[in-house]
Design a protein around this ligand. Structure first.
Ligand code: SF4
Length: 310
């Protein structure tokens, strides 16, 4: 089957990157809340990826467009500043290691101005690689891994089909940090529903403290049609949080997690309120902002439901 280019799904901070697909789908397609649930992993041929790098290099150097290259390549390359590349798709770190090195070496050779390469990575992908292999990737300018932590609650991790427990998550995080690759994790407000909210928040704060990542992005659960969690909600087996309950959860996480130096934000479009800052230095200010909105209980202070995105 020929490789079909995935839609661009990226971390908010990668908005200025060039998006180079190496895979399509996710190797861990079992998370019950995720749009990748049940997706079939496709691995792109390394030569195909290298052809795209050739086309990109030619375009950035001289503006020449080749007829047989996807229009998406030029649409993305048009406004690109040449600094960052993000590897698609759901967990591009699953790409076979020798091929990954081959593509990154080629990218470095053809586009030496690229400063940082980033990718989504599951904890399983990270743990599969040795520290030496991760160091090799770092030398090839792999600068950041984005990992869906979701929660630190082991019972909930099992329930949502994450395929990893909190110990795995912590081990993966430590491994990445030890080799000097930046580690950015996402957590999902509301994932435990009403009944599991407090445990989810406290266990998430615990695992965040243990990992001490460079970046934490809080997302708010969005129920996606076609996923098992959506079906559970339809059957009234899952009880989602209200917007203000999700902010209470966020407050609990900010209050109870301890970091050395972390940029913590809820800027993602799925959130009802955007709070951001450095932790620990901005903790009091962030909590004050949350408190003010929680005390007012005024829905007009929140992002309206129709403007929330995935
Ligand atoms: S590992 Fe991430 S991308 Fe893959 S199914 Fe789970 S949440 Fe989705």
């Amino acid at each position: 089957m020929s490789f079909s280019r995935p839609d661009i799904i990226r971390p908010p901070s990668e908005w200025r990157s060039y998006f180079l697909p190496l895979t399509r789908g996710c190797s861990n397609n079992s998370c019950t809340f995720c749009g990748y649930y049940g997706s079939k992993l496709q691995i792109r041929d390394a030569d195909d990826s290298k052809s795209e790098i050739d086309a990109l290099a030619l375009f950035t150097r001289s503006g020449i467009r080749l007829p047989n290259v996807s229009k998406v390549v030029y649409a993305v390359a048009q406004g690109w500043d040449g600094n960052r590349v993000f590897l698609q798709d759901g967990d591009a770190l699953v790409y076979p290691f020798s091929k990954l090195k081959e593509v990154l070496q080629y990218l470095n050779e053809k586009m030496p101005r690229v400063e940082r390469i980033g990718t989504y990575a599951t904890p399983q992908d990270i743990l599969r690689r040795s520290s030496d292999e991760l160091k090799e990737l770092k030398q090839l300018k792999m600068g950041i891994f984005y990992t869906g932590l979701e929660t630190g609650d082991d019972e909930l991790l099992q329930k949502i089909g994450k395929g990893a427990n909190s110990h795995d998550l912590a081990e993966a995080g430590k491994k990445v940090k030890e080799v000097g690759i930046s580690f950015s994790v996402t957590i999902i407000l509301g994932l435990g529903g009403v009944e599991g909210s407090k445990k989810h928040a406290l266990e998430t704060a615990r695992i965040l403290t243990e990992i001490d990542p460079d970046y934490v992005g809080a997302l708010t659960l969005t129920l996606v049609p076609g996923t098992p969690l959506y079906e559970q909600w339809q059957r009234k087996e899952f009880h989602p949080l209200s917007p203000f309950q999700s902010l209470e959860e966020l407050r609990l996480i900010v209050e109870n997690s301890n970091f050395t130096d972390c940029f913590f934000s809820s800027m993602h479009a799925s959130n009802y309120l955007s709070v951001r800052g450095k932790l620990p230095s901005d903790r009091e200010r962030m909590l004050r902002e949350l408190e003010a909105v929680l005390a007012a209980r005024d829905p007009s202070l929140l992002r309206p439901e129709f403007l929330r995105g995935l």
